[in-house]
Design a protein around this ligand. Sequence first.
Ligand SMILES: [Zn+2]
Length: 151
Amino acid sequence: MTHFPGTSRPIYDSMHVARQRMCMYAMKCQICGHVASRDQDGWLFINWRRPWDPPTWPEGSLTEQPPLCEPHARMSVEQRSHLGRGDYAVLRVRTPRLWGISGTNYQLTTSGWRTRDSNVMVPYGHVGLNAVLASRMIRELRKVTVIDLPK
Ligand SMILES: [Zn+2]
């Protein structure tokens, strides 16, 4: 994957792996790379409901989507709503805890290395981390407040 930050247009469904990690780790906006919005209720995230989310969604959900600044939160919702992506919530998150990674799971077999067809999600500290080539950093969203999109 090439790396030319600050050029071209964002592709919302295909975030660059290095951008994803930098923004998720340092709490930068996933679109512009500047500091993400934060107020007394926490950091600004948009969370799209996934099949594996807990019944408490969006509280306690795992996300690969880094936080956003306010202008790009608005832009993201406008762009992605056109794609019919389903349920989402705009959130303030007081404790976006680093949880783990997702990526390609490798298994050594008698005929060599094999990979699973789909990515796996593995928490930090799990023995399975040693067999995964990470492509996404994951945070667990705790102490969540659902808000209206900032004007
Ligand atoms: Zn931004």
